[in-house]
Design a protein around this ligand. Structure first.
Ligand SMILES: Cc1ncc(COP(=O)(O)O)c(C=O)c1O
Length: 501
């Protein structure tokens, strides 16, 4: 009996495929086992040899007296991409490394202000703004929290509970600058810039707690209580919603977390930069611990947010920290020697951004837009054979578990290097395993087999990304680099097998 042409297209059994696949990997010289030490991996060695990633602080800096700080993981991978030809305006690249909100107009959002009448504010606008911020803006921020999250609470936030800061990292640095000789807990994986921030201020001891896939990459309030009591923590830092896992503590669990802070007298520092990026539940809602604070001046709850992500204005550098008034005084003092305060004119312009009608329209537009992107990319990843067990419920990141791929692509570092050959920028998971002492074999990091993928600004880019990685036509001759990535993505294994005949 002769088989029909259609029958020939029926996929081969998985075992057979895997076997021929393994043989092909061997033929390329790529080891088929996971490395046991980072010294065996070119990708890891390259990263270690990059300025200041050696973990050896005894190496002198060429400029006397300087000990340069490490560049963040995103900068490292962007530099690697630049070495491979990536740059502004260069076609064909998909940058899923640098997470960025859509800064242009999105459907349904209010157009951003394009002018500022300095005259309206008088000559004072050219003066320094107070290091705690321009009072009318502080009032507008307090009103925002009271209106959005605290209508039912008798105790409200006031301007004395708000400190305007020059950007999110500026605010986090001010917080770090006022922490005392304490143990500071934090959960990992987390926003990679925390690493440098936690290293730069040496008074406190940062103590990580790893979140796990089986728990959806979040900690319960009870687990955090145990960490606080067991390790003697006086403050706990959480990115909530979390960059990079895209998961968050919300609802009753968040209420319980606020209570844990109150009961244990441990300051909860909640980085809420992605509080509007909600992918599930009713459209138009945001998540903030502000909803569960009873007394703004007594509860040790410190919130940080700003125009960077939710308002889609990262370049404005206008952000804020909200908490007890005594904290605001300390942050204001830190601002007087750290940064001198946020730009006065931009703070004036920011008042417009806090107007209720604008907030409502923008948040709705943002959620519609980013839910569409998130669903699109998840669907495409699924088709590639990279199904996401814990899809993001928030943020614009996807935390991709690479364990289902053949080694060595199970390593986020190797995966990122291979992806660069396909003009796709992704960030290796280890950069989010914030490890301020930098002393361990990084292959032992629980984040080693992960990669972060950011939902890139334009939909067209997402298509480039996914098509680069999944839709290469079988009829195209395969270059060595195609072959290597193709081999390592299950769906492309199919394509390659098909093209081989
Ligand atoms: C979790 C988190 N916090 C803070 C920031 C910093 O914001 P900014 O760019 O305003 O410094 C970012 C930016 O990526 C972030 O992801």
């Amino acid at each position: 009996m002769t088989s029909s042409p259609l029958a020939e297209k029926v996929p081969k059994p998985l075992k057979e495929l895997t076997q021929s696949f393994t043989e092909s990997v061997k033929a390329t010289g790529i080891p088929d086992a996971i490395f046991s030490h980072e010294h065996e991996s070119e990708a890891h060695k390259m990263w270690r040899s990059h300025a200041n990633h050696s973990g050896d602080s005894s190496q002198p800096h060429p400029v006397p007296g300087i000990q340069s700080s490490q560049a963040t993981g995103v900068i490292y991978i962007t530099n690697r991409a630049q070495a491979a030809g990536f740059g502004p305006g260069v076609e064909g690249w998909a940058n899923c490394g640098q997470g960025a909100p859509e800064t242009g107009l999105i459907p349904g959002a209010a157009p951003k202000p394009s002018t500022l009448d300095f005259g309206e504010y008088g000559d004072d606008i050219h003066e320094y703004a107070p290091t705690a911020g321009f009072k009318p803006l502080r009032e507008a921020i307090a009103d925002y929290y009271n209106r959005e999250f605290r209508q039912d609470k008798s105790m409200k936030y006031g301007p004395e509970n708000v400190c305007v800061v020059p950007g999110g990292r500026g605010g986090l640095s001010r917080i770090a600058a006022v922490l005392g000789d304490i143990n500071l807990g934090f959960s990992v994986p987390v926003y990679s810039a925390y690493e440098q921030m936690l290293s730069a201020f040496s008074r406190f001891v940062p103590i990580p707690t790893q979140t796990e896939a089986k728990n959806g990459y979040t900690l319960t309030a009870e687990e955090i209580r145990k960490e606080i009591l067991g390790r003697g923590l006086s403050a706990f830092l959480l990115s909530n919603p979390n960059n990079p896992t895209g998961r968050q503590i919300h609802g009753q669990e968040l209420a319980d977390l606020v209570k844990v802070g109150r009961d244990t007298e441990c300051s909860m520092i909640l980085d809420e930069f992605y509080s509007w990026y909600q992918h599930t539940g009713e459209l138009g809602k945001a998540v903030s611990a502000a909803r569960y604070v009873e007394d703004p001046n007594e509860d040790p709850i410190i919130l940080i947010d700003g125009l960077t992500k939710n308002w889609r204005c990262p370049g404005w550098r206008v952000c804020w920290v909200v908490g007890p008034s005594e904290l605001v005084s300390a942050l204001s003092a830190a601002g007087s020697f750290l940064d001198g305060g946020a730009s006065h004119p931009m703070q004036c312009l920011a008042i417009e951004m806090l107007k209720p009608e604008r907030v409502e329209a923008d948040r709705l537009a943002l959620q519609r837009h980013f839910r569409m992107k998130r669903n699109h990319v998840l669907e495409r990843l699924e088709k590639m054979g990279l199904s996401i067990a814990n899809p993001p419920d928030s943020t614009f990141y996807i935390w991709v578990d690479l364990k289902s791929l053949p080694a060595p692509l199970t390593s986020g570092m190797v995966f990122a290097e291979e992806a660069l050959k396909e003009k796709v920028i992704v960030v290796p998971g280890i950069f989010f395993d914030v490890n301020p002492s930098r002393r361990r074999n990084i292959l032992h990091s629980p984040c080693e087999s992960y990669s972060e993928l950011a939902l890139v600004p334009r939909k067209s880019c997402i298509c480039v990304t996914c098509s680069t990685m999944t839709d290469r036509s079988p009829s195209l001759p395969l270059r060595q680099s195609d072959f290597r990535l193709a081999l390592h993505s299950k769906s492309l294994t199919w394509v390659w097998m098909a093209s081989k005949g």
